[in-house]
Ligand binder design. Structure first.
Ligand SMILES: [Fe+2]
Length: 193
C-alpha cells in the first residue's frame, strides 16, 4: 500500500474513529506520516468478500487499496481449524508490522466471512473495534451475544475475553490496539464447537 491510496486510507480510517468517544486517547498516539515501512502485497481467501462491499465510505477506499495491502493471519489451522482460515484475515495500517510504523498503537482492518464464529479470545492490548460493513453478534466476558451495527464501536478492556458470530453478510471492522505487545497472538479461550 503506497502513495496516494495509503494516505487516503489512513485519513479515512482516522476520520471514522474521530466519531468514537472512546478512541480519543488512541488517536492522540496517531503517528506522523513518513515513518513508512514497505510491505509486499499479500492476499487471503477472505479477501474475496470485499467484492460485496463498497464502493462508498471507508470500506470502499480500503477495497480500492486492498490489492496493494498485506493481508495476514495470526492463527494457524491448529487453533480454530482449517475452515476458520478460509474466512478470516486482517491487514495492519499502523503498528509494529503495518506500512506506518508505531510502537504506541496498532490500527488495521479485520475481515470475517459470513457465518463465521470467532471463538472467545483475549489479549493484553486494550482494543476498540468499529464495524464498517456487515453485522455480527459480539460477546464480552460471560455476557450474551448482541448485535453491533455498522458505526457502533465496541471497546474491550485489557484481557477481557471476546467472541464474534458473523451474520449473513461478511464483516469488516476497523480496530485500534494500545498497550502490551502490539504484535501478540491472542490467548484462545473458546472453540468452534
Ligand atoms: Fe480483540
Amino acid at each position: 500500500m503506497q502513495g496516494l491510496s495509503e494516505h487516503d486510507v489512513l485519513a479515512q480510517v482516522r476520520k471514522a474513529f474521530a466519531a468514537v468517544p472512546e478512541a480519543v486517547s488512541f488517536l492522540a498516539e496517531w503517528p506522523q506520516l513518513g515513518r513508512h515501512r514497505v510491505l509486499e502485497p499479500a492476499t487471503l481467501p477472505v479477501c474475496r468478500w470485499l467484492e460485496a462491499m463498497g464502493p462508498g465510505g471507508v470500506i470502499g477506499t480500503i477495497k480500492a487499496a486492498a490489492g496493494q495491502m498485506q493481508w495476514r493471519q495470526t492463527y494457524g489451522a491448529g487453533d480454530f481449524g482449517p475452515d476458520f482460515l478460509q474466512g478470516y484475515g486482517w491487514s495492519e495500517f499502523i503498528g509494529l508490522r503495518g506500512p506506518l510504523s508505531s510502537e504506541r498503537i496498532a490500527c488495521g482492518i479485520l475481515l470475517l466471512a459470513p457465518g463465521l464464529h470467532y471463538p472467545a479470545h483475549a489479549h493484553e492490548a486494550e482494543e476498540i473495534y468499529l464495524p464498517i460493513h456487515g453485522e455480527a453478534l459480539w460477546q464480552q466476558g460471560q455476557g450474551d451475544f448482541a448485535p453491533v451495527p455498522v458505526g457502533q464501536a465496541v471497546h474491550h478492556a485489557s484481557w477481557v475475553p471476546h467472541a464474534m458470530k458473523v451474520g449473513a453478510e461478511p464483516l469488516a471492522a476497523l480496530y485500534l490496539w494500545r498497550g502490551g505487545d502490539l504484535a501478540a497472538k491472542s490467548v484462545i479461550l473458546g472453540s468452534q464447537t
